[in-house]
Design a protein around this ligand. Sequence first.
Ligand code: ASP
Ligand code: MG
Length: 280
Amino acid sequence: MVKVFKFGGASVNSVDRIKNVGDILVQYQNEQLLVVISAMGKTTNALEKVAEAFYQQKNEEALQLFEQVKQQHLNTAKYLLVTNYLTCEAQLKDFFTEVEWLLHDQPVREYDYYYDQIVCSGELMSTAIVSHYLNEAGVRNEWIDVRDIIRTDDNFRDANIDWSFTQAKVDELIRPVLTEGALVLTQGFIGATDENESTTLGREGSDYTAAVFSNMLDAESQTIWKDVESVMNADPKEIADAVPIPELNYTEVIEMAYYGAQVIHPKTIKPLQNKGIHYL
Ligand code: ASP
Ligand code: MG
């Protein structure tokens, strides 16, 4: 049976953190595993600034801000990779070019559209770097552009998933890779319309992406890897004696999400609950 893992931005925020992800994934090489990854660290926030500058027609500023994001990713790739650096760099440069081509334009559509075209690059870049690293570390994986799988409407920044189209793509393009024995590595948070425009599912949407895949693959479990042991009863950064909560039911998790605990994207639970998938 399939397992679904999700690693958030903090888990891939440095060379050491990415190596740590590799150390975890090596242990699951004999499992059918789909891994969803977010953008590195604060990349999504940085890309939001790029989109804002662009929309205010500050093209130079937008390009400069994007340059910083590019350099961060190139640096991480450089320190992380040995034999695969050049192929990774080529892939990153394709993503850069797509965004820069847009940043030279003038906005003629709504802000949310441009936001999604720009911000989606964060997940593409982080997953490309992790994928090349895993290949170097001997963890066979297939990098999949999730925009070929997750089909949404054009409600940019809060796009709604077309479940039947997406399910068909999961069956056609994801299942066979898992069955054949390779780990599937893909992006959280993003999707695409039937016109191949990029979309996003709302901030912190990677948990939701993982839940959608768990549902569609009838996964036995979904694991969100974090820098804490499990769901806590309070924010451990603020409350020193916060303790882990070993077990929650779906309703309790949904309530925590709605009351703003930084645990889980509110849309995440439904797809899991519908199929009784364990959330770890
Ligand atoms: N990178 C996106 C965000 O920061 C999605 C996610 O991390 O879940 O909101
Ligand atoms: Mg995150």
